[in-house]
Write a protein that binds this ligand. Structure first.
Ligand code: HEC
Length: 148
């Protein structure tokens, strides 16, 4: 029973995008047997999780004062093409935010001598500024990347 609870809370974490936008979905009782089949991560969701991990790593290295001289992960460019759970989310707002995000990230990687926490926080802000409107669920998680 404990394990099931753990699995469920992980699942709720994964479908967290829907938390804010589709409240009525949430109030429905969760059918445990079907949940796995019902939810498959989209290409965009997988990419997002990867971006999260990549930035967690960068954050750690900044805190340790290590210079990051590797190239920006080319995977992040898939932001423009990855298929989303809800294709109608790919609108002008998304495109604009995606462009802005990639620019901020490129700026960070472009100059390893100037990898300040401010420049890293600008990446986190760019994540948040799209999420503010597009996918509210992960915001508390993304905020944890912020370096005070
Ligand atoms: C241009 C808009 C945009 C930007 C920028 C953006 N996101 Fe997202 N994010 C989305 C959308 C849309 C989804 C929902 C994807 C889906 O369900 O197909 C999402 C989903 C997520 C998820 C949940 C994935 C899951 O498990 O379902 C996480 C975590 C996440 N983003 C983290 C980040 C982080 C960290 C950054 C910055 C490094 C970032 N996002 C930048 C739009 C954006």
């Amino acid at each position: 029973m404990f394990r099931l609870g753990l699995v469920l809370s992980l699942l709720v974490c994964c479908v967290s995008c829907k938390k804010e936008n589709q409240v009525e979905e949430q109030t429905k009782p969760i059918q445990t047997e079907n949940t796995f089949k019902l939810y498959e991560m989209s290409e965009m969701a997988v990419l997002m999780e990867q971006m999260y991990v990549d930035n967690q790593r960068i954050r750690q290295r900044i805190l340790e004062g290590v210079t990051i001289d590797d190239a920006m992960p080319s995977l992040h460019q898939r932001l423009f093409t990855a298929v989303m759970t809800d294709p109608s989310d790919k609108d002008l707002f998304f495109e604009t935010q995606a462009q802005a995000f990639i620019q901020v990230e490129e700026a960070f990687y472009a100059n390893p001598k100037e990898q300040t926490k401010e420049k890293f926080n600008a990446i986190v802000e760019a994540c948040l500024s799209c999420h503010q409107k597009k996918c509210g669920g992960p915001i508390p998680r993304i905020k944890k990347l912020w370096i005070p």
